[in-house]
Design a protein around this ligand. Structure first.
Ligand code: COA
Length: 374
């Protein structure tokens, strides 16, 4: 457990002041991909719980997604750009082994000067680490009144015919760390890590290598460890009943459900009771993830953004972050006054309305040009 509770030096209770989301302009229903690959579509829809794959055409990438999300988050924040003292970008879609992706984004935003700018890499956990660092920078007093711009942005592509292909996706979530208008984040969090080769992309490889079954086991284990630490020796039912929603990193929706059911089993619950927990606290948070596919670092934050919509101020939620390799962390957020109006909903609605479907031929052409890092 990490607890910054009695070490905070800043007087301001930092949290998420504003959220902006950017989704790509193309998508393909997984039923189309199933047809293309000669697979029963139920495997993708029922077996994996997927619906659509968000896709980037040429000229769109993790940078353009991050810039779009950041502009939207900044437009909902009432301080000038000069008040940003840190930009941290969590991604596994790096363009370069040295130059951070944040440099491309900062350039587009005109964010120069006394600004700490860097990229954070830890597979899908990078965005959450960037958020924690920004919060802890604030709590330490080092921010000296400045705010942070945290972005999670990724384009998730597997090689063609890889078992992970139906779980592909893309998207970016930007969050300004300042006054907790949207949500405050609890100083206490529950990390867990255990080195593994469940998902990796060697230098020079365009697409990741995945040990799918091992990644399921690692993820499930991390859920049990992190929630076990949250619950401690208290009664699990009463602890979990305190939360309005439980958000998870979403490699594909069924993985989340499997992990929740597995945790229920470990608690000695009946399958029906664990199913009920999933239905009541988790299922709705996956609505946008089913339409974007896996957006790696952004996946958890897409789910959190969905869960915060319309939440009454003071309602608490959990956010479980997982990154292959592997590392995980469970956070607790409390809805602030701006959750009720949830202005970021318009980002999602606008992008979903405007995006265009890609057919089987279009997908194959697109993949002909694609590199994971593009
Ligand atoms: N109708 C309904 N369900 C079907 C089906 C059909 N016709 N055919 C298969 N299924 C079900 C399977 O029973 C299985 O469900 P279960 O696990 O509940 O038993 C599910 O669909 C997947 O089938 P499986 O044969 O296990 O798929 P796969 O081996 O081709 O690929 C993964 C599954 C998860 C390994 C693959 O999608 C993957 O690698 N995904 C990426 C993993 C990832 O993102 N890891 C990173 C973790 S952060």
């Amino acid at each position: 457990m990490y607890d910054w509770g009695d070490k905070r030096m800043s007087n301001t209770p930092a949290g998420i002041a504003s959220i902006g989301i950017q989704l790509p302009p193309l998508f393909m229903p997984v039923t189309q991909l199933a047809k293309l690959r000669g697979v029963d579509p139920n495997k993708y829809t029922k077996g994996l719980g997927c619906k659509d794959i968000a896709l980037c055409p040429d000229g769109h990438d993790a940078v353009s997604l991050a810039v779009g999300a950041a502009k939207r988050a900044l437009s909902r924040w009432d301080r000038p750009l000069e008040d940003i003292g840190l930009i941290a970008l969590g991604t596994e879609s790096a363009k370069d082994m040295s130059r951070p992706l944040s440099a491309w984004v900062a350039e587009e935003l005109g964010l120069v000067g006394a600004v700490r700018s860097y990229e954070v890499k830890h597979a899908c956990y990078g965005g959450t680490l960037a958020l924690r660092q920004a919060l802890e920078w604030n709590w330490s007093g080092a921010s000296a009144g400045k705010a942070a711009l945290v972005i999670a942005s990724d384009v998730a592509l597997y090689s063609r015919r890889d078992p992970g292909e139906p779980t592909q996706g893309a998207g970016a979530v930007a969050m300004i760390i300042d006054e907790p208008e949207v949500a405050s984040v609890s100083a206490t969090s529950f990390p867990f890590s255990s080195p593994a080769f469940d998902f990796w992309r060697p230098v020079g490889d365009s697409f990741p290598s995945v040990d799918g079954q091992l990644s399921l086991d690692c993820y499930r284990n991390a859920v049990s460890e992190c929630f076990g630490a949250l619950i401690g020796d208290r009664d699990a039912r009463s602890v979990l009943s305190e939360y309005g929603a439980m958000c998870f990193h979403v490699p594909f929706p069924k993985m989340v459900k499997k992990a929740v059911l597995h945790f229920g089993e470990q608690l000695g619950w009946s399958a029906q009771e664990a199913e009920r927990l999933y239905r009541e606290k988790v299922e709705d948070t996956l609505e946008w993830n089913q339409l974007t596919g896996n957006a790696y670092t952004a996946s958890l934050w897409i789910s959190v953004a969905r869960a915060l919509v319309g939440l009454r101020e003071g309602t608490r939620i959990t956010a479980f972050s997982y990154g292959s390799g592997y590392g995980a962390e469970l956070l607790e957020l409390t809805a602030g006054p701006a959750a009720a109006s949830a202005q970021w909903v318009s980002d999602v609605e606008q992008d979903l309305d405007a995006r265009e479907p890609v057919d089987m031929g279009g997908y194959e052409t697109l993949r002909g040009h694609a590199r994971a890092s593009a």
